[in-house]
Write a protein that binds this ligand. Structure first.
Ligand code: NDP
Ligand code: HSE
Length: 402
């Protein structure tokens, strides 16, 4: 099998290593590697195969185009060109799948070639293939997951080593976990895109990532970590979705998870995806969600599927867009932090509106309360009352999930 690789960064070089490590087992020939700037790669192997001209890749009789550039442009154009030329495509690009998955799957069907994207969700974890193939005998009704290695790394370092947010992000960038623009990671876009891909495949309905409720980790600070410890919890960026009565509810947001929860055990760049199927029950997939070799392994597995002629239906991407609710109507608890506030008045409102509450801190210049309510709507309503009456300037809310 002759392949052209677009991109020779973290994942591109990881894939090349995995191909070389398995040379004796499978025959995959790297024909060309497209980069932006050849001078950056002088010390790397296969320098002679590097090009900055996309036509060099397409004019070399390739069977598969492996897109590992990232982002929408020029990746979209190159992938469409490949599919239209009846060349199979493997990609790790969740931005592209979440935004243009429908037209790319349609184009691949029309041209009778595959588009595969195992590495786009959960890095090295084989999760899409089990979802598409092994769990076909199930109706899946819920997913909860840690889907971004960079943010999980940052939150773990802040919690376990008291590292600052900025220093932890810098480490994640050096280790190759973060996106070219790390805003995608820390603002939660990357996790939302991945959750939309998982939900689309799991619920056989197109779930569009911009319809999800979305909150990133940029407001989380050292004080949140202190409160989390006080509550025997950790803070995780969690993606959750549920399918009920033809409606999906889905969110990506930082939450408190109890130390005994399976999510709390997944630290650093590791990811976890937990799905619930009506036949199989609850299933968990855990592993490295980012990084060179782990992601290279997932890309390689897609190449083997193409080499061995294994293809499975991913037509859920071509379905019409399903309605998405942003809030799940569950009983819930939340940590509320009020700054520059009238403490007694706020406690009075909370007492009137909530089932129950515990004050964590009213000594400093802030009031921190753990509230327990029938739903998040109830919490939001009491926050509206507090704001309307002018009892505080700002409030941070962190839900606790069980
Ligand atoms: P990197 O930034 O490390 O590498 C990107 C590569 O693409 C570089 O070699 C760069 O060339 C090349 N490139 C960028 N723009 C162009 C262009 N216009 N034309 C030609 N080449 C270009 O990215 P990653 O390897 O981290 O990510 C690649 C993809 O994999 C992304 O979609 C990402 O979301 C996804 N992914 C990443 C994971 C990770 O752990 N990093 C895990 C799972 C998925 P040059 O080197 O010359 O600048
Ligand atoms: N930036 C992504 C992450 C890479 O940190 O999870 C893997 O998709």
């Amino acid at each position: 099998m002759r392949i052209g690789i677009l991109g020779y960064g973290t994942v591109g070089s990881g894939l090349v290593d995995v191909i070389d490590n398995n040379k004796s087992k499978r025959d995959i020939e790297i024909v060309k590697i497209l980069v932006k700037d050849k001078s950056k790669h002088k010390d790397k192997k296969y320098f002679d195969k590097l090009t900055t001209n996309i036509d060099d890749v397409f004019n070399n009789n390739i069977d598969v185009l492996v897109e590992l550039i990232g982002g929408l442009n020029p990746s979209l154009e190159y992938i469409k060109r490949a599919l239209s030329s009846k060349i199979h495509v493997v990609t790790a690009n969740k931005d592209l799948l979440a935004e243009h998955g429908n037209e790319l799957v349609e184009l691949s069907n029309k041209n009778n070639v595959n588009i595969k994207f195992e590495a786009s969700v959960g890095g090295g974890i084989p999760v899409l293939k089990p979802l598409i193939e092994s769990l076909e005998g199930n109706s899946i009704d819920s997913i909860y997951a840690i889907l971004n290695g960079t943010t999980n790394f940052i939150l773990s370092k802040m919690y376990n080593e008291s590292l600052s947010y900025d220093d932890a992000l810098k480490q994640a960038q050096i280790l190759g976990f973060a996106e070219a623009n790390p805003d995608s990671d820390v603002l939660g876009y990357d996790a939302a895109r991945k959750l939309s891909i998982l939900s689309t495949l799991a619920y056989n309905n197109r779930v569009y990532w911009k319809d999800l409720y979305l909150e990133g980790i940029t407001d989380i600070d050292a004080k949140d970590m202190e409160y989390a410890k006080q509550l025997n919890c950790k803070i995780k960026l969690v993606g959750q979705s549920r399918y009920e009565d033809d409606v999906v509810s889905a969110s990506v947001r930082p939450v408190l998870v109890g130390n005994e929860s399976i999510l709390a055990m997944v630290d650093n760049e590791f990811n976890i995806v937990v799905v619930n199927g009506d036949s199989v029950g609850e299933l968990s997939f855990v592993g490295k969600g980012a990084g060179k070799l782990a992601t290279g392994s997932a890309v390689y597995s897609d190449l083997l599927d193409i080499l061995d002629n294994r293809s499975a239906s991913i037509n859920s991407f071509t379905k019409s867009r399903v309605k998405v609710n942003k809030i799940v109507k569950n009983k819930c608890s939340a940590l509320l932090r009020f700054k520059d506030c009238q403490k007694d008045e706020i406690i009075h409102v909370i007492k009137e509106c909530m089932q129950n509450y515990d004050i964590l801190n009213d000594d400093d210049d802030e009031l921190a309360i753990m509230v327990h309510a029938n739903s998040e709507y109830e919490i939001n309503n009491s926050l509206c009352v507090i704001k309307d009456k002018g009892y505080c300037v700002g409030v941070n809310k962190l839900l606790k999930i069980s």
